[in-house]
Design a protein around this ligand. Structure first.
Ligand code: PLP
Ligand code: COI
Length: 339
């Protein structure tokens, strides 16, 4: 096979060798199955197709200087998938089954874990879908859990450079008491139109406001939002954002670096007082923000003029990636080394 150009990968799908599957049928989860097939044979009345009964996850595996493969916080993703299942009445997958499937699929596709120093990683995408047929709006009685992997580079093509984001008040991603806290496809479908508009105008993402009042910052398209001022890490508290595992980790890192952490509502006007701002997520890692344009209000909040990330964003980024690639000690117990 032709050697891949690991350091110039974007964030996209590439065929790898195997994916791992597990079926829920007759009231129980079966054994893990391995396949090379990239397709699924699905009933045309499956609930995932008609009623959006599907949830997914995203996590990464990193190759260290020592050649070892490290998977980041996989238990957190297993628990969040269970939370998503409860949100749309899908059968919950046991945490151990999730971990077993993730480790198995990474091991089977070991070749695709990018080398240390390339800046790339292996993206792991678990998916759980309702496969049972229903025509009435009801949960399925059969499910498929699947994990695929694909090697990736940075989500935003600029990598660790600042990019601009935009507030578009005519669009919401999730309702205040809707499905925003779970990782279901419908939220991403709702973000396609505003996301495309933002990209057309040269922005890397939409910064959503709370849907009820449009007074508070919610999150960015595929990532949580944080702002920095007075040695304080500030991130939104909201009933319509995804509880990001990266954000949870950055909160711990910020505290360990002696910063104050505040998780609370962030009024839009407060954006003017931040010294730095960024997006964070598995795919986004930390993507620092250069500028936020509030289109309808004709206002801009500027954090960087030269594309350079702020000092604290950089420190947090280096610490997080250091742990993920194994350059820094795993003092919080976040990493699983693949045997
Ligand atoms: N918010 C949204 C809407 C996301 O899709 C993601 C990505 O998973 C995140 C936030 C970041 O979450 P995490 O850090 O767990 O990847
Ligand atoms: C992730 O960061 O894992 C995501 O799921 C974001 C995006 C690719 C949907």
């Amino acid at each position: 096979m032709k050697e891949l150009d690991w350091s110039s990968l974007g964030f996209g799908y590439m065929k790898t060798d195997y994916n791992v599957r597990c079926y829920f049928k007759d009231g129980k989860w079966g054994e893990l199955e391995t396949t090379t097939s990239e397709t699924i044979n699905l009933h045309m009345a499956a609930t995932c197709l008609h009623y959006g009964q599907e949830a997914f996850e995203g996590l990464k595996a990193f190759r260290g200087k020592d050649g070892k493969i490290r998977i980041f916080r996989m238990e957190e993703n297993a628990l969040r998938l269970q939370h998503s299942c409860r949100g749309i009445l899908m059968e919950e997958l046991p945490v151990e089954k999730f971990k077993e499937a993730v480790m198995k699929v990474v091991k089977l596709n070991e070749y695709f874990v990018p080398p240390y120093g390339s800046g790339s990683s292996l993206y792991i995408r678990p998916l759980l879908i309702g496969t049972g047929a229903q025509i009435g709006v009801r949960p399925a009685n059969e499910y498929l859990f699947l994990v695929l992997v694909t090697p990736v580079g940075p989500y935003f093509k600029e990598g660790f450079k600042t990019t601009p984001v935009v507030i578009l008040r005519k669009y919401d991603r999730a309702a205040p008491l809707g499905t925003g806290t779970i990782k279901v496809g419908g939220n991403y479908a709702a973000s396609l139109v505003p996301g495309a508009k933002a990209h057309e105008m040269g922005y890397s993402a939409v910064l959503y406001l709370d849907a009820r009042e449009k007074r508070y910052v919610d999150e960015c398209g595929p990532a949580n939002f944080f702002g920095i001022k007075n040695n304080t890490y500030i991130t939104p508290e909201s009933t319509s954002i995804l509880p990001s595992i990266t954000n949870k980790s950055l909160i711990q890192l910020a505290e360990s670096m002696g910063m104050t952490v505040e998780r609370r509502q962030i009024p839009v006007e407060e954006l003017s007082s931040f010294e730095e701002a960024g997006m964070c997520g598995t795919a986004a890692v930390i993507s620092p923000i250069s500028r936020i344009d509030d289109m309808d209000e004709n206002k801009s909040y500027i954090y960087s003029e030269d594309g350079k990330p702020g000092k604290i964003c950089e420190k947090l980024y280096n610490k997080l990636q250091g742990i993920q690639y194994g350059d820094e000690p795993d003092s919080f117990g976040w990493v699983t080394i693949l045997e």
